[in-house]
Write a protein that binds this ligand. Structure first.
Ligand code: HEC
Ligand code: HEC
Ligand code: HEC
Ligand code: HEC
Length: 259
């Protein structure tokens, strides 16, 4: 536990963590460079304010393999179809770079473990959640907070009662976050379609092509022609309905470039 009572004369100025703890990784920085907290107090409650436990600051050690694993998790689950992380992503939900500054490691972990209705539940294990919190901290570290208009996200699970085409024809099976209409749909049997037309949506169309208006049109006409195992039934839309749907999926707020 690195607990020790350092003699008073041995305590470096401004690093009162050493009142109670032994030092480690000293060559890599000071306690609060990695763990945050308040190094100016000898009182544990104050010193531990905003503390990040060791498992949430693994990223500070710069292990290459661990970093690759974290990046893969973020990419595979496509967190950036909704969030900005490490300066890249859509702004359909709040920026994770900003959340990392405002929230404790524990709070971030809870948000991923028990997501709001409009965020998919990825059913991750604790190790993966810890990796993702490391990824969120890593992505935000060294960034200046960006002043941006707050993202409008509707939290309710009751869905949007409006008569938009998504709610009417897709929403019983899918959900999506949109820039103009907020959260639409209540279904979880189909994938969450947030950011479908953006570079951050997984390349699930055939031949790893992007989801464009035309490809979506082909999919709706006959999903099985795109994926032989598709369960989704064809959906017939008028030209006007299709145009409305395409507008709903349009994302204008994305930032950065996918790697
Ligand atoms: C007054 C004594 C005291 C001071 C000052 C103190 N700690 Fe602690 N710390 C403890 C004790 C005791 C524990 C054991 C777990 C607990 O009670 O929270 C602990 C636990 C920890 C843990 C493990 C937390 C976890 O959730 O597993 C870390 C990391 C840590 N301290 C870092 C720091 C850092 C960094 C500072 C300075 C900013 C600091 N501590 C200042 C007494 C102290
Ligand atoms: C370079 C970043 C870094 C620095 C600097 C650092 N730590 Fe840690 N610390 C970690 C990591 C990472 C762990 C998790 C265990 C591991 O992987 O070694 C950890 C583990 C701990 C633990 C064990 C409990 C837990 O949360 O895992 C304590 C207590 C702790 N550190 C206290 C301190 C104190 C006090 C200082 C300053 C003297 C300090 N650390 C400096 C990165 C750092
Ligand atoms: C379909 C959209 C969507 C996807 C994909 C998504 N999230 Fe979220 N997430 C949300 C919404 C909506 C919230 C609620 C608050 C907000 O707007 O940030 C949220 C909240 C969070 C929060 C809490 C933020 C805060 O400010 O407290 C964290 C952390 C988070 N998500 C992490 C992730 C991670 C990690 C992934 C990928 C594994 C992910 N999210 C994927 C929509 C999404
Ligand atoms: C009755 C349920 C249902 C309805 C209604 C429905 N879908 Fe689906 N959709 C699914 C399921 C289930 C999948 C998962 C793939 C599969 O097995 O077909 C899917 C997959 C998709 C995909 C592929 C996404 C990916 O990443 O693989 C897109 C795009 C899509 N649906 C768009 C729509 C749109 C747009 C509408 C409304 C016009 C709609 N769906 C209506 C059930 C539905």
């Amino acid at each position: 536990m690195f607990l020790a009572a350092a003699p008073a004369w041995g305590r470096p100025q401004g690093q009162l963590c050493l009142t109670c703890h032994l030092t480690h990784y000293a060559e890599r920085g000071r306690c609060s460079d990695c763990h945050h907290g308040n190094p100016g107090s000898e009182r544990k409650n104050i010193a531990h304010d905003g503390l990040r436990a060791g498992k949430f600051v693994r990223f500070t050690l710069g292990d290459r393999a661990e970093k690759r694993e974290r990046d893969n998790l973020i990419d595979q689950r496509a967190c950036r179809r909704c969030h900005v992380s490490d300066g890249r992503g859509n702004r359909l939900a709040g920026s994770l770079d900003e959340a990392a500054v405002r929230k404790t490691a524990g709070e971030l972990a809870v948000s991923i473990r028990h997501p709001v209705a409009t965020m998919p539940n990825f059913c991750l294990n604790e190790g993966q959640i810890t990796s993702l919190v490391n990824a969120v901290f890593d992505g935000s570290s060294g960034r200046k907070p960006v002043e941006t208009a707050p993202v409008k996200v509707h939290f309710s699970d009751s869905g949007n009662k409006s008569e938009d085409i998504f709610s009417k024809r897709c929403g019983s099976c899918h959900r999506t976050l949109t820039e103009r209409l907020g959260a639409l749909g209540t279904g979880n049997s189909g994938p969450n379609l947030s950011g479908l037309f953006s570079q951050y949506y997984p390349k699930t169309f055939k031949n790893e092509e992007d989801w464009t208006a035309r490809n979506l049109g082909d999919w709706l006409k006959n999903p099985r022609e795109i994926q032989v195992w598709a369960r989704m039934q064809p959906v017939v839309l008028t030209e006007r309905e299709m145009a409305e749907l395409v507008a709903i999926f349009s994302v204008f707020s994305g930032v950065g470039q996918n790697k």
